[in-house]
Design a binder for this molecule. Structure first.
Ligand SMILES: *C/C=C(C)/C=C/C=C(C)/C=C/C1=C(C)CCCC1(C)C
Length: 239
């Protein structure tokens, strides 16, 4: 194995350790995005300020978890599944809050927010069961999790959220549409990572790329991308 560093104090980082590398870069990217969102938020209307604040909280919470996950990976050489799911259970409901916040202009009610939050929590808890607790029934828990995921997709693409987005129109409608694509395509990366990480399933997907690399790429796209869509909405709605 090649090493970038051979000092005794800093642990050596093997050059072919893509998991460690993406934890490291992911942590930096999340930190940078948080600084950006936190600094820029005060330039916008109160209505959008909260949405940008939530974008920053999402990337900030992820940055802290990436810090721990990177460490965990280097000291144990195994997936930090627990930290991963703690991160998700905090950040994914916040992404649901974003839908509610941007649709508030069209009269979105808290019940919509709670519906999405509850579905996302079901999706993640059952996913955790399949990935860490009841490994033998990974298919069953993955299936339940997938049903909750599709319920979220249905709600935002065709349900009440969609009606509100149409009522709001303009910049809100286009932002909503972008976020819907993130959930349909960007979030679909995770069940693929889950399948690639379950022994005996599709370990060959993505040419055998480790599950953590897939999750890390998914997180960078989804958390930072989601935040940028919201930021962009604030920019265009303030013009
Ligand atoms: C920032 C983190 C995000 C957006 C995480 C999203 C995670 C998912 C959409 C996970 C979904 C899963 C399934 C649909 C089935 C298999 C188990 C999961 C939890 C990986």
């Amino acid at each position: 194995m090649e090493f970038l560093t051979t000092t005794t104090k800093i642990p050596p980082i093997p050059t072919d350790d893509y998991v460690g590398f993406t934890f490291f870069v992911g942590c930096m990217a999340m930190m940078a995005a948080s600084v950006f969102f936190f600094l820029i938020m005060s330039s916008y209307d109160r209505k959008w300020k909260t949405s940008i604040l939530v974008s920053g909280l999402i990337t900030f919470i992820a940055a802290v978890h990436y810090w721990y996950m990177r460490d965990y990976w280097y000291s144990h050489g195994s997936s930090p599944t627990f930290f991963r799911y703690v991160d998700w259970i905090l950040t994914v409901p916040l992404m649901c809050v974003e839908f509610y916040l941007i649709l508030k202009v069209a009269g979105a009610k808290k019940s919509l927010m709670w519906k999405l939050i509850i579905l996302s929590v079901i999706m993640l808890i059952t996913g955790y069961f399949g990935e860490a607790v009841f490994r033998e029934q990974a298919w069953l828990w993955g299936l339940i999790s997938g049903v909750a995921y599709f319920a979220i997709v249905y709600e935002i693409w065709f349900g009440e959220a969609k009606k509100l987005a149409l009522r709001a129109g303009g910049a809100v409608l286009s932002a909503h549409k972008m976020l819907c694509w993130f959930v349909l395509v960007g979030w679909a990366i995770y069940p693929l990572g889950y399948m690639a990480g379950t022994p005996g399933w599709y370990e060959g997907i993505f040419g055998g790329l480790p599950m953590d690399v897939i999750y890390n790429i998914g997180d960078a796209i989804n958390k930072i991308g989601f935040g940028l869509v919201v930021f962009n909405l604030a920019v265009s709605a303030s013009e």
